[in-house]
Each structure stands twice: as structure tokens, then as C-alpha cells.
Design a binder for this molecule. Sequence first.
Ligand SMILES: Cc1cc2nc3c(=O)[nH]c(=O)nc-3n(C[C@H](O)[C@H](O)[C@H](O)COP(=O)(O)OP(=O)(O)OC[C@H]3O[C@@H](n4cnc5c(N)ncnc54)[C@H](O)[C@@H]3O)c2cc1C
Length: 473
Amino acid sequence: MPNDPTESYDVAVIGAGVIGAAIARELARYQLRVVLIEATADVGTGTSKANTAILHTGFDAKPGTLEARLVRRGHALLSEYGTAAGIPIERTGALLIAWDAEQLAALPAIAAAAARNGYAATRRVTTAELYATEPHLGAGALGALAIPDEHIICPFTTPLAFATQAVASGVALRLSSPVESITRNDTGVHLLQTPRATFASRYVINAAGLYADRIDRWFGHETFSVTPRRGELLVFDKLARPLVSHILLQVPTKTSKGVLISPTVFGNVMLGPTAEDIPDKTATASTAAGIAHLRERGQRIMPALIDEEVTAIYVGLRAATEHSDYQIAFYPDQHYVCVGGIRSTGLSASMAIAEYVVAGLADAGLQLEERDDFQNVTMQNIGEAFARPYQCAEMIAANPDYGCIMCHCERVTRGEILAATRALIPARNLDGVRRRTRALLGRCQGFYCSAAITSFVAEATGQSVDALLGLDP
Ligand SMILES: Cc1cc2nc3c(=O)[nH]c(=O)nc-3n(C[C@H](O)[C@H](O)[C@H](O)COP(=O)(O)OP(=O)(O)OC[C@H]3O[C@@H](n4cnc5c(N)ncnc54)[C@H](O)[C@@H]3O)c2cc1C
């Protein structure tokens, strides 16, 4: 009887993006039965896999907002956690560049707002210093504000680390389980219907990203609607990496932080994102207009970059709403929390949002008793700034698979791919392997290695190649 409650929990978290995974991890500290329910086949496959991957300080958030507070706190939490958990993270710092007199005049106010947000380390940079630090910058920059604590971080490893720690500490993860409806029985327990099972839970947390408004309606609320804000990005080849030292930011507008240039933790350079409100929550294809806009902006910021080869183009959808702040709301009577509208800064704020939500649940009456077996995790490093297995003689001596490179562009070994398929939250498809190892993400985009990797992963996961490629009838 697939629709009978087969599993019973204290808290159900809907959505295993970076926000839901962070909340599940935070709940895993306590003696609670928690389930993390995800519609797709893996953790971190929504907006969380396609962003600009910057750990923001929150310097430019609107002072006094919940977002400003949580990004600031999230920055402190994630910069510490990232290092401890093996998440690739680098403190490159950022330069907010003024390209005209109006933008130059705006810098003191931006620094003052940063201080009001609790970030006082910004510093004015003269034109001469700017060009000395970033010699490939296009002509015409008038000066900048340095934000030394902006980091670049791995967007793939972060939600996986949270979810892995949650699962290691007893949280149940249910993938390929879209929640299709929620009812409440006469004892007040929520029944979450999915195609495979019905989950019974005392509390529900809605962290469904682009679909948070839909789920919120099921609880009778109509306080926000999500209008996806599409962001397109270009990833340049690793040969472009020496061109850029910092994250190069633009003076933000009302709707967007503007097009930026940033190094990535994988050793590439990224240009983007665009910001375009669209009606379709699934429109993740790139557009000719978006790419043209990025190239035009990039030409101004760093002409030399535009001559470099593009390795990949990708698109992310921000969960923008009609409000400028996060839409986190507690409904104690309903035993329900909505965590919506986490649009441009969710990666940075994720751990603070989790802390805030769990504190709110405690205020709403959820008993929190700490458990003594909360597990630590160390993720497999996929960042360029830290030693990778192919560089580690000890690892290779212990396991020769770490000396056998399968993806030559990204130098990913057979040992790493195998480990990804055997992880606590294993990769079950090629996209999962990409996000856990970087395999197939390099300049050839799998042209040379995908056949070998596909058959290897098929064997390692006990699937046919056709099933793995989605070709099964
Ligand atoms: C272009 C772009 C650039 C960005 N840059 C940055 C940046 O540099 N720094 C930063 O901090 N943030 C950045 N962000 C924002 C950040 O990526 C998001 O705030 C964050 O990923 C939101 O995470 P989430 O978990 O709320 O959403 P998601 O990652 O979308 O997760 C929601 C999950 O819920 C699941 N789901 C939905 N409905 C259901 C259902 N009915 N049942 C079960 N599961 C369901 C989905 O499948 C999905 O996996 C950027 C975003 C974009 C688009």
C-alpha cells in the first residue's frame, strides 16, 4: 500500500538544496527523527548547483534586513565549516569597481552600509593600486572598494557536505520523492504524499526553492510568489586564470549585483550572471541575448578575458519574489515553517538560515535535546588550491586507482570516481559524478573520456550504460 504512512518523523524538510540540506544538518544535532525529502535523484540539483559560488560577506546587503543579518552570520559559519569539512574555499577578496563618476561617488555610502551590516573591513583602492593588482582590467576604471573577506567556494560540495553530515548523524534522505500534496490528520500530524510513500511528520519545513510558493499555498498562505530571475554565466578555460586575482564586482543595481568576473575554485574564470525575470521555473537553457550581453560587459571589464576560450555556459534561476527580503515565516499553530525567497545569497547564508530556523522551531515548541553522536565529515577535495589525489604519493601507494587518471582535463582519477559512487550519498548518475569529482567538467566537456567514464560508472553502480544515460525504454 504505497500511500499509507510507512515512515514517521518529527520534522520533514522538503527540498535538498543548500538550504534544506543545511537545515537537516542543523536538526541532526538533536534527538529528533528527521527526513530530508527531495524531488530529484540527488542533493543540490536545483538553483544550488548553478550559481556564482561566492561566499559573500554581506557588505552590500540592505542594512536592517533579515538577509543582511543572516548573510553576515552565514559568512562566519561557512568560512569556518568549509575549511573543517573539506569544502574547497579560497579567500580571494573582492574589488567593487567604479567605472564612472557616479559609481565612484557611491563607494563611501556602500562602505558605510557595509559597516552598518557589521562589516568594517572595506577599504578604498586608488586607480593606480587597482591596475597594479589587476593589470588586465579594461581601461577607464576610476577606483574601487576592496572587500578582503569575500571568498570563492565550491557550490557542489557545500550542500553535499551538509547532507552527508546529516545522514551520517541519523537523518533519513529520500531522493526521487516529489511531495505532491500535504494534509493534516486529526491528531495534527502532517501527511506528505509522494509517488513512492506517504511521510508522516509533526513539523514541516518548506525549503523547496523555486517551488516554495506552491507548497506555501497548500498551507493556506499567499504572501509571496516566486518569479525566477534567470542568471546566465560563461566559464572560461583554465588558461585564463592568471588574468584575474580577485572577484571583480560591479556597483549593484536594484535587481542585481551586476555582471562580475570571478576565479572559481576549479581554476577557471567565470563571467556573469545576467538578471532577467521570466515566467518559466524550468527555463535553464542559455540564450543568445544573454551571452551577447555578457560578452559586451566582459569586453569592458576585462577585454583580454573575452579572447580566451569558453569551456562551458550555464544558467541558474534565482527564487526572486515581489519582496526584497527572504521570506522565512514561522506558523507555530500549523507546525510549519516556510523558507522561501532565498534568491541571490542562499549559499552564503545557508548555515545561518538553518540556525535561525531551528531556533524558531524551538520557540514554536519543538523539544531540542542534543545528541552526543553528531558526526563530523571530511569531503573529498575537488578544489584546485588544495592537494588532489593524483598529486598525493601516499594515497596512490595505498590505492593505485588514485594514480589512474580518467578525466585528463580535470585530472580526476578512477579512485575518486569510484569513491563518489560509494559515498554515503552516492553518485547514481553522471551529473552526480561531475559534482562530486569534476570529471567531465573540463575543457573537452567529456569528449575524450565520457565513454570510458560512463561504462565505469555503470559498472560501479550496477546499472546498464543505457539506464545510466536515460536511454532505457
Ligand atoms: C545565477 C545565480 C548566482 C548566484 N550566486 C550566488 C553566490 O555567488 N553566492 C550565494 O550565496 N548565493 C548565490 N546565489 C543564490 C543561491 O544559489 C540560492 O540562494 C540557493 O542555491 C538557494 O538554495 P535552495 O536550497 O533554497 O534552492 P534549490 O537549490 O533550488 O533547492 C530546492 C530543492 O527543492 C526541491 N523541491 C522543490 N519542490 C519539491 C517538492 N515538491 N518535493 C520535494 N522536493 C522539492 C528541488 O528539487 C530542489 O532540489 C545565486 C543564484 C543564482 C541563480
